[in-house]
Design a protein around this ligand. Structure first.
Ligand code: FES
Length: 166
């Protein structure tokens, strides 16, 4: 798995078949075993991705919090279909399973960074920044630090609803 990760890093974030075969030969194992690992985990890309690679989590907590609106933003700004490069070949996007940041749903991963607490408008703004080559700020887009409760709430019994009070 580490060798697959390295191969991906060294090849613009995707792993060609020749690299899988090379790793299998290097590890002295049948190439199908390496191929099985590479095709099982979504973190390995087996076809070219954009220099800016956006992964939209659409698993239940993100889906309930509007992940498909973020997918719409990707379709409008990058490409109609997942796994397709944008016209300038700069970006591509896919849907993925849980990114492990459900408390900050909905979440997208762009290259190595997480962008959290998003909605469609914020996602469009982020993609526009990418297309203009501007620096992106990862983290919560509702001003939270990590996954702290909003508005300094300490318990679930405090009755202010974070969504409605903004
Ligand atoms: S469901 Fe999206 S991060 Fe877990």
């Amino acid at each position: 798995m580490a060798l697959l990760f390295l191969a991906q890093r060294q090849n613009n974030n995707w792993i060609p078949l020749i690299a899988i075969k090379y790793i299998a030969k290097f590890l002295e194992m049948p190439y199908i075993k390496v191929y099985e690992v590479a095709t099982f985990y979504s973190m390995y890309n087996l076809s070219p991705v954009g220099e800016c690679f956006i992964q939209v989590c659409t698993t239940t907590p993100c889906m309930i919090r509007g992940a498909y609106k973020l997918v719409e933003a990707c379709k409008e700004k990058i490409s109609k279909n997942a796994n397709e490069l944008s016209i300038d070949s700069k970006c591509s996007w896919i849907e993925v399973e849980c990114l492990g940041a459900c408390a900050n749903a909905p979440v997208i991963q762009i290259n190595d960074d997480y962008f959290e607490d998003l909605d469609k408008e914020k996602t469009i703004k982020i993609i526009d920044q990418i297309l203009k080559g501007e620096k992106l700020e990862p983290g919560s887009y509702r001003g939270r630090k990590n996954s702290e409760p909003e508005l300094s709430r300490k318990t679930l019994l405090e009755n202010r609803n974070a969504q409605r009070s903004r």
